[in-house]
Design a protein. Structure first.
Length: 159
């Protein structure tokens, strides 16, 4: 089993890179984690709705080119379903066990994920109705994936 994180843009902040590296190291006990990054598009300060859709579509095309076809695809989307940590752990166990699939999580750019990518996904997951920087979302996602493996292996982890 393998986890792939597909994300838009680069993470420049050292503290976020350090946190990503730490959770990736911890996850190495349970699974292989692969990171696929695509470049983000330039955005002016006040983009029109048409410009927003065009940017999301360009980023979406890049995501579609690298997205593993042989995986269960989960988009992080504000309109997705909210799960507890335990429910996410159960869902991941179900995907690995019954779908016999690797999991790809997709983190869009600052404007979100294109309709084409969302339509291709098997599941849409919402972490919160709050807005988080997409760079920070990668850390939050990795922590929850790590927590899910701890839960599924009946191992203690802080609550």
């Amino acid at each position: 089993m393998k986890i792939t994180i597909v994300s838009v843009g680069n993470i420049k902040e050292k503290y976020l890179v350090d946190a990503i590296n730490e959770y990736t190291k911890r996850l190495g006990k349970y699974t292989k984690v692969e990171f696929l990054k695509v470049s983000d598009e330039a955005i002016n300060d006040h983009p029109s709705d048409k410009e927003i859709e065009m940017i999301k579509n360009k980023e979406g095309d890049k995501i579609l080119k690298v997205l593993p076809s042989n995986s269960y695809k989960i988009a992080l989307d504000l309109k997705g379903e909210m799960l507890s940590s335990e429910a996410l752990a159960s869902k991941m166990l179900d995907i690995f066990s019954y779908h016999n699939a690797n999991i790809s999580f997709i983190i869009g750019g600052s404007l979100g994920i294109s309709r084409a990518v969302l339509d291709l996904c098997d599941y849409k997951l919402c972490f919160s109705k709050m807005t988080f920087p997409h760079q920070l979302m990668q850390v939050i996602l990795l922590e929850q994936i790590y927590r899910a493996f701890k839960i599924n292996n009946n191992e203690t982890y802080h609550k």
